[in-house]
Design a protein around this ligand. Structure first.
Ligand SMILES: [Zn+2]
Length: 134
C-alpha cells in the first residue's frame, strides 16, 4: 500500500474524512515516528510547494489529535508538539533545541506515585526528562 492510501485508510478508520489537505498533513506526520510542532509542519509543507493555510494546518492537527491519530505533548505552556506515536511512552526534551526523543516505556520504572485526587483515576503517566549539554 502506498503512504497516501495508508494515510487515507488511517483517517477513515478513525472517522476522519480524508480530504486532500488532511491527507497532505497526514502523509508528513505518519510517514514514520516523528515529533513536530504546527509551525514546523507548516514550514515543511510550504517547502514542498504546498499552499495550505496556517489555519488549515492547525485545525487539521487538532482534528487528528482528537481522533487519536496523533498525540499532543505539551512541552512548555503554549508549545505543543505532535507525536505520531500514540501508544504510551516517555520523552527526553533537549532544553536547547526543543527536540523530543522517545524513551521506551520498558526503560522507565516508576516506584511510587502520589495518591490520586479523590474521584479520579490515572489516564496515563508520562515522564518528560529535560536534558542539556554538560
Ligand atoms: Zn514520542
Amino acid at each position: 500500500m502506498t503512504l497516501k492510501a495508508d494515510v487515507e485508510a488511517t483517517l477513515s478508520a478513525h472517522g476522519v474524512k480524508p480530504t486532500p489537505q488532511r491527507v497532505e498533513v497526514g502523509m508528513l506526520l505518519l510517514a514514520g515516528p516523528c515529533h513536530v510542532s504546527a509551525d514546523q509542519l507548516l514550514q515543511s509543507l510550504r517547502q514542498s510547494g504546498s499552499r495550505i493555510s496556517k489555519a488549515t494546518v492547525y485545525n487539521t492537527l487538532n482534528l487528528l489529535s482528537r481522533a487519536g491519530i496523533v498525540r499532543e505533548v505539551a512541552v512548555h505552556p503554549g508549545r505543543i508538539v505532535y507525536d505520531s506515536t500514540t501508544t504510551a511512552h516517555h520523552h527526553f526534551l533537549d532544553e536547547e533545541t526543543g527536540e523530543l526523543r522517545d524513551i521506551d516505556p520498558a526503560d522507565v520504572e516508576l516506584l511510587r506515585l502520589p495518591p490520586l485526587p479523590e474521584g479520579t483515576q490515572a489516564a496515563s503517566v508520562e515522564v518528560l526528562i529535560r536534558v542539556r549539554r554538560r
